[in-house]
Design a binder for this molecule. Sequence first.
Ligand SMILES: *Cc1c(COP(=O)(O)O)cnc(C)c1O
Length: 394
Amino acid sequence: MKSFNPPRRTLMGPGPSDIHPRVLAALSRPTVGHLDPTFVGMMDEVKEMLRYVFRTENDLTLPISAPGSAGMETCLVNLIEPGDVVVVCVNGVFGGRMKEIVGRCGGTPVVVEDRWGDPVDLQKAEDALKANPGARAMCWVDGETSTGVRSDSSALCALAAKHGALSIVDAVTSLGGTPVLVDEWGADAVYSGSQKCLSCVPGISPVTFGERAVERIRGRNAPVQSWFMDLNLVMGYWGGSGGAPRTYHHTAPVNALYALHESLVMIREEGIQDGWARHRRMYNALAAGLEAMGLGLFVAEEHRLPQLNSVTVPEGVDEAAVRRRLLDDYGLEIGAGLGALAGKVWRIGLMGQSATPVNVTLCLGALESVLADAGAGITVGTALPAANRELTQG
Ligand SMILES: *Cc1c(COP(=O)(O)O)cnc(C)c1O
């Protein structure tokens, strides 16, 4: 056995995204104890910076020591009790997972289904809430990474509140890339992931809970069935506002949290609004280039998520062979279609540090060469000028 030395890749799939050298450097700093006073100080800064990216004053805002799926599960296991009816909006892979977890919590999912590539339909969501008075919660995915569609979380949160249901929002792909306005939306529980638009190492899931959600957790009849994710216990480690001493719950991923701290410092330096604008600008350039080549985007323009673009695979093209050549010849990773879209689309991510003019240019140039070589019948020579026009518009 020898040391593992991974190749250098450009990551433009559905996550993980490119990680800045500053964040990788932070990861390699000396490990301290997870109750070391200096580490506890850093934890407080991480919480404060998470409130900044989530646009919230929520006290209960912290990183769960596990990937985005665990953030999803943390929200659901803490808020749902056996017997609860939960409206679950499903318009892609991740909504389907929420439904599965609600069932495992002993809840009854009422599914509002929308076509993959469409946003959650507000009327259907409201009809489900009306048909199920007393529903405990409504949950949905703000940015569905399996399709690249964005739903109207502001309106959905308002609907949930109007009908007395808690709102549980998946912002794994959204956070840092498009506005996630927890307080303005009045969202009750929101979770995300470290490896998408936050451009940190995978394996951490930021979550935030509002007052109604905290009351709900405190007022549960049944204990949370997951010991690890029980926020009543996790709070003892991450600390609340009371200033009670931190006690051992689990060993935090110390170095990964250094990395999260650094990635959040970088987001603050850029300014979150400027970050959203950068994602939008890079999307405009990528989309202009793809369209100039003659490629189609799967989601209707007004509902697209700038940080995740589903591109329709042209007729007769072996989509896996194209991805393989991009990886082998250009060190470029793009994503395959997931679930119902497997084989039908590529998913090109512009997340966090991957949303740069260099990456957009590389991706368009490489894709053009590989597709032309594969005889895909695309227009050659127009993609980069089209992208450049967008990039130079400031
Ligand atoms: C990536 C993703 C998840 C799951 O995150 P993991 O870190 O892979 O567990 C959940 N929801 C959405 C929308 C995602 O994009």
